[in-house]
Design a protein around this ligand. Structure first.
Ligand code: DAH
Length: 341
């Protein structure tokens, strides 16, 4: 029995030497030390030994069990260390390699100016309203008192969506006025920025898609004076305290009286230059006192309420703000241009 135990010890030592993985090691542990393992099998036969031999063999068996346990745990540590080393080598990160440069985006100049304008109006108690870009002609034309003969209704000017001319890409943000007045009772104070579409050829000052900011104020006793005061404040905040404005009479079907507002040329200070075509002034927006017909059409009594409206050309406003002389730069997305802001 002693020989058997010694033999087992040698056999186990050789087998452990060849075990190179954790599962292999585990199956050796079960094979030698497990409940149904080889040492247990030998110990079970102890009954056949004499009383003198039994403790000697028992001691030897325990010693061999301990030796094998010890060898297994040593081997396990060895395997773990080897695995860790291998991972450290294969997953090594060279922290000295320079990182990939990720370029941070920035706001488009049009959005910079839009945010400035929004801040100014929100500061005066205005809210931001939104309307659809695919608009009903009823909202973009009829309810704005635009006659059926108006050139803006021509297929050559407007992007119609339906054959019957009832739906088109809005050619101004003014229909948002109607949508707001139909839903909301006065007092109303909103601006509504957004895209508008016209069949224009692209050149330095035209694009088939551009941006407007609509404005609408309706309350009791609102006058042209309020319109002037509001717009002058916006211009002075955007372009500086001493920037002069000029209100020229004009015609829009949805306002009466109507005007166009010019600012003193920011390039030459009003002396006359190429940008302002020697006039000293640059056109910025259309405005006026909301036509009684438009109010009545939206269910607002024109005898009780009055208001003013305006439509700012946001792209033009941006060009004046930064001294940009070609509208196309705002739409071409050339990073050499955009990264300057
Ligand atoms: N919608 C006009 C345009 O695109 C601009 C405009 C003029 C808007 C007068 C208004 C306004 O609200 O009252 O030319």
């Amino acid at each position: 029995m002693k020989e058997k135990l010694e033999q087992l010890k040698n056999e186990a030592r050789d087998a452990l030497g060849g075990a190179n993985t954790a599962p292999a090691l585990e199956s050796l542990r079960i094979k030698y030390l497990g409940k149904k393992g080889e040492i247990t099998a030998i110990l079970k036969q102890m009954g056949s030994l004499s009383a003198e031999e039994r403790p000697i063999v028992g001691q030897l068996a325990n010693k061999i069990r301990e030796d094998i346990e010890c060898a297994i745990s040593e081997k396990a540590t060895e395997l773990e260390t080897a695995a860790l080393l291998e991972r450290l080598v294969s997953e090594a990160i060279d922290v000295t390699i320079p990182g990939k440069l990720c370029s941070v985006g920035r706001r488009h100049p049009t959005n910079i100016v839009l945010d400035e304008v929004k801040d100014i109006f929100i500061g005066m108690g205005f809210e931001i309203a939104e309307g659809p870009e695919v608009e009903l002609s009823v909202y973009d034309f009829d309810k704005l008192n635009i006659p059926t003969t108006h050139p803006a209704r021509e297929w050559t000017d407007t992007f119609y969506i339906t054959e019957d001319e009832s739906v088109h890409l809005r050619c101004q943000t003014s229909p948002v006025q109607v949508r707001v007045m139909e839903k909301q009772r006065p007092p109303i104070r909103i601006i509504s920025p957004g895209r508008v579409y016209r069949k224009d050829e692209v050149d330095a000052s035209h694009s088939p898609m551009f941006h407007q900011i609509e404005g609408l104020v309706i309350d009791k006793g609102v006058t042209m004076g309020d319109l002037k005061g509001t717009l002058n404040l916006v211009v002075s905040k955007l372009y500086g305290e001493n920037t002069k404005t000029r209100f020229r009479p004009h015609h829009f079907p949805f306002t009466e009286p109507s005007c166009e507002v010019d600012v003193q040329c920011v390039v030459c200070g009003g002396n006359g230059c190429r940008t302002c075509k020697q006039s000293g002034w640059l056109e910025l927006l259309g405005a006026g006192v909301v036509h009684p017909k438009v109010l009545a059409g939206c269910g607002i009594d024109p005898d009780e309420y009055s208001g003013f409206a305006f439509g700012i050309g946001l792209d033009r406003m941006t060009m004046l703000r930064f001294g940009i002389d070609d509208l196309r730069l705002l739409f071409e997305n050339d990073l050499r241009f955009l990264t300057q802001f």
